[in-house]
Design a protein around this ligand. Structure first.
Ligand code: ADP
Length: 697
């Protein structure tokens, strides 16, 4: 039976010449125009011998030889290489060995070449060239071909580069078959070169790649995209190739970006999770939120957050998953099981299989009837302390936990720790605040009660002192009169102190009310001046009131307004020497603001005292040095009352003994309109009703 020979060459003349000669010699001849075609034909129908050229497009003779020798179905087929490059010693003797060809015939004149080929085929038939080094024939007839040598050296350089490249490179032809895969491609795809080469690209990658090739062919542009390949994400850069302006397949560069992808997904999930953490400072709510986010993100069957007590014990604070109600509130001893170990060391643990882990305690599983296979446990810790641990049980896809899960959960736990610590601090702060407020209120209640109690007997003392001073119960000696005056003065001092304390304490216990009524500020000024005139007269002080005659009436708390004014005027009189000058002036600073100032030419205030005299018990140094009596509450009270009404108080003084001017402002609320029917009068806080409704009678 005639032998079948496959001839491979891109040169049609050689194909025809050698083919005819072998055919005439009785062989069945088939032909292929490059290595890829030859490989496909051989796979479909293995020939008895292959005669191939070395330098060919698409897949050259070297690659063909390599694929043949690696394919168990084809490795037995003998190969004869017909090549021009052999004359220059290219390929080298070592490469010739590697190609595993039986013989090399130098490309030259057709007749001489055909004779050599037939001779070798016959010798092969007779099994004369089976063992030993390859036969090389026809060398003496060929001239060196420098271009071929250069081309070959470039190609070898490229081959080396492609083989060393970290990225996977896959070349495909116009029929979308794989022509070449570099070693990185073989590693990435996890298949041998023989399994990949000459195979339709769609059967290697599925649909996305052929679709992209079509897009690239239509647009003529490079395609760049990502796609899933099994459990990995690959980035593809695809470039088209042309030969003599016709499309000739293309090259793909593939990069495994699974880890980058995974990181990105984790980062965005982490971002979402941690953003949720900052949404609340409510500690129990935050605990729950942390665990809900973690369980959802990490896709686990169950998860729990255990808080560390001062004793070192752990309590299940939040439990999510089946049978959670049984575990909720359970306690774990300081170093019991995985959670105990993590809490006491502050180190994380990832346990792919708990049955093989010595630290795993079956107690909780037994208690709640669960079955832990794989576990992940990380500490929730700040720089100073471990607040607790997060423990996750079994991934829902039943795969064991790995290092990537550990990294992600640790990152979440770090954020959770910060959020939980803030919430804890916030809770403590609230509690302390509440306690402080209670103490403060208690103190004020006490003060206000004490002042009330003191006032009653004081009024008695003052009354009796007045009776004695007025000599209604008999004459007094000059000395007795003097002592009586001292008693009266001191009692008055205590009464003022009690009154001021009572006023201030009322503020803090929230008892002060603001009673709005209509009054004329000018009238109040005059009333106060009448009240204080005797005191001024006693000291020979010129006391005057300068009110803008057109000051409008206003709505506000009359009692408080009077009190502020009285405090300032009595201070001015007190801190001004005999025969000084005190002036009270009121004017509209703008249509909505009344400004009242009390000016004196008394002892003045040092710059460093101007702030603190408004603090409780704050007194000016010169006032104390001059032994002018006082307790330092009058201005505090005046300031509070002014601010209560939405105004401001300030002081100016040119320095010691150069007088002071206290000014306070109050917003002028115009009086409510008076209705002719008389239903709503001054002092009634209800706003006027709309005109369509009858006014109440
Ligand atoms: P008291 O008058 O009982 O000391 P105040 O709170 O009314 O308390 O005043 C606080 C301090 O402010 C006074 O002790 C005094 O030093 C200073 N002061 C207040 N009014 C004047 C003023 N008109 N001239 C100088 N100093 C003043």
């Amino acid at each position: 039976m005639a032998k079948e020979i496959l001839i491979v060459d891109n040169d049609e003349i050689i194909l025809a010449g050698v083919g005819d000669a072998l055919g005439e010699a009785g062989f069945i001849v088939s032909k292929a125009r490059n290595g890829l075609e030859a490989l496909e034909q051989a796979r479909r129908h293995p020939p008895d011998l292959i005669v191939t050229d070395l330098i060919m497009p698409v897949m050259d003779g070297r690659q063909l030889c390599r694929h043949l020798s690696q394919d168990p179905q084809l490795s037995h087929i003998p190969v004869v290489v017909v090549t021009a490059t052999i004359a220059e010693g290219l390929p080298s003797a070592q490469e010739l060995q590697e190609l595993k060809a039986k013989a090399y015939v130098a490309k030259r004149r057709m007749d001489a070449m055909v004779v050599d080929i037939l001779d070798i085929v016959r010798r092969l038939e007779r099994a004369e060239v089976d063992a030993g080094p390859p036969v090389v024939v026809g060398l003496k007839d060929v001239r060196p071909r420098v271009i071929a040598r250069e081309l070959l050296s470039i190609k070898r350089h490229l081959d080396t580069l492609l083989a060393a490249l970290g990225e996977a490179v896959i070349e495909f032809n116009e029929a979308h078959q794989v022509v070449y895969v570099n070693p990185a491609g073989v590693r990435l795809l996890g298949r041998s070169e023989t399994e990949l080469v000459a195979v339709p690209i769609a059967s290697v990658f599925g649909d996305p790649i052929p679709a992209a090739i079509r897009r690239m062919e239509q647009s003529g542009r490079r395609e760049e995209f990502e796609f899933r390949y099994g459990d990995r994400v690959l980035k593809v850069t695809m470039t088209g190739l042309t030969e003599e302006d016709k499309p000739a397949g293309g090259v793909m560069i593939l990069q495994d970006i699974s880890h980058v992808h995974q990181r990105l997904q984790e980062m965005s999930a982490l971002n979402q999770v941690t953003a949720a953490f900052t949404s609340t400072l409510d500690f129990p709510l935050l605990l729950r939120l942390v665990m809900e986010q973690v369980v959802e993100l990490m896709k686990v069957e169950a998860g729990s957050l255990l808080l560390k007590e001062e004793t070192g014990e752990l309590t299940f604070a939040v439990v999510l998953g089946a049978r959670r109600e049984v575990a909720q509130g359970l306690r774990v001893a300081a170093e019991e099981g995985i959670a105990g170990w993590v809490a006491s060391t502050g180190e994380a643990l990832v346990i792919p299989d708990v049955r093989k882990h010595p630290m795993f305690s079956t107690r909780v599983d037994a208690l709640i009837g669960s079955e832990t296979r794989s576990a992940l446990c990380v500490p929730v810790k700040t720089a100073e302390r471990v607040l607790g641990v997060i423990q996750l049980i079994n991934r829902t896809d039943r795969t064991p936990f790995g290092e990537a899960d550990l990294a992600l959960l640790s990152a979440i736990a770090n954020h959770a720790a910060t959020a939980l610590e803030s919430a804890q601090l916030h809770d403590q702060l609230l509690q302390t605040n509440q306690q402080l407020l209670e103490t403060h209120n208690q103190k004020n209640k006490f003060l206000s009660q004490l002042s009330q109690e003191v006032r009653t007997p004081l009024t008695g003392i003052l009354g009796y002192a007045e009776l004695l001073q007025d000599k209604r119960v008999g004459p007094l000696s000059t000395r007795q009169q003097q002592y009586m005056q001292n008693i009266y003065g001191s009692a008055q001092h205590i009464l003022k102190l009690a009154n001021d304390l009572l006023e201030l304490a009322q503020d803090d216990v929230g008892r002060r009310t603001f009673f709005a009524e209509e009054f004329s500020p000018l009238a109040v000024l005059e009333e106060v001046s009448a009240l204080m005139a005797p005191q001024a007269e006693n000291k020979g002080i010129t006391f005057s009131v300068q009110g803008e005659p057109r000051l409008p009436p206003m709505r506000g708390d009359l009692h408080q307004f009077r009190q502020i004014l009285l405090n300032l005027v009595s201070n001015a009189l007190k801190f001004t020497a005999d025969r000084g000058e005190v002036t009270v002036a009121a004017r509209l600073r703008d249509p909505g603001t009344l400004a009242v100032s009390v000016r004196d030419n008394g002892i003045g205030i040092r710059p460093e005292d101007r702030q603190r005299i408004f603090d409780p018990f704050g007194r000016g140094q010169n006032a104390v040095a001059s032994r002018i009596p006082g307790v330092g509450l009058g201005l505090t009270l005046a300031k509070r009352l002014v601010e209560l009404q939405g105004g401001e108080i300030s002081v100016e003084s040119e320095g010691e003994n150069r007088g002071s001017t206290f000014t306070f402002t109050l917003p002028v609320t115009p009086p409510a309109p008076v209705f002719p029917s008389g239903g709503i009068g001054p002092g009634t806080p209800t706003p006027p009703r709309s005109g369509s409704q009858p006014a109440p009678s």
